[in-house]
Write a protein that binds this ligand. Sequence first.
Ligand SMILES: Nc1nc2ncc(COP(=O)(O)O)nc2c(=O)[nH]1
Length: 285
Amino acid sequence: MSTPPTVAWPLRRSDGLPVVMGVVNVTPDSFSDGGQWFEPSAAIEHGRELMSQGADIVDVGGESTRPGAERPSVAEERRRVLPVVTALAAAGAVVSVDTMRAEVAADALAAGAAIVNDVSGGMADPEMAGMVAEAGVPFVAMHWRGHSADMQSRAVYGDVVGEVVAELSRRADELVAAGIAADRIVLDPGFGFAKLTGHNWSLLRGLDRLLALDHPILVGTSRKTFLGRIGVPAGGQPRPPLDRDPATAATSMHAARLGAWGVRVHHIPSTLDAMRVARAIQEAQ
Ligand SMILES: Nc1nc2ncc(COP(=O)(O)O)nc2c(=O)[nH]1
């Protein structure tokens, strides 16, 4: 493997706000923006736009993880993400590759990605942890209880915050044991992954308990279904994903107030402004 670009780590914003990871889904069927950026040229253009709007990282993914999604082949996932990773890295972006497959991650690192973002935290592919360890790059490990096909059947918790904290902590230990440097691991509670609506709200309320973990925390609530249920009568249809950016921004404000390391969002300006408001209030006399 060629040496992937190094990103100054831990990555921090000069304004002290949480790092902003912008989302570029090169998929035909992601729940949040399915199909909008499926063409490489559109995805590259969108990634550039996110950079110009202030994203610190551009997260490029080629596999939809919505509940029930069918997995693309490795070749198809590669075909989707590599041209976009290559072009955005060449344009100077800090690129994270959103994949559960070690071989796709390795190719993306060779193409210029600097970070691996794995919604399975390395559990879907036994080769992932060793590859990331060898590459020496930062690794985002999300809380995961199985593939999208049936993950909601695993959304059963006594104390969801306590269990997510414990499972993430255990996973981080396993990743360190596999050779990944502890200070290269970011943890993510996995909003919407094996979580029902109430679980997501509990995780936001209990964010301070997640922040007590010895790793930076990434908050990925953007456009998730539980936000679409805000203001909708019980049993009603959630509002469409593109209408969920104001609610997403409110969760970004919460993340900023509590001191999360980063937020993963589709719409940059609204989240940046919400976090700036939080900071201005905190700093007011
Ligand atoms: N680290 C991380 N990665 C993710 N990748 C995809 C999605 C879901 O799909 P989207 O790309 O449409 O948001 N959510 C997350 C998340 O919450 N955290």
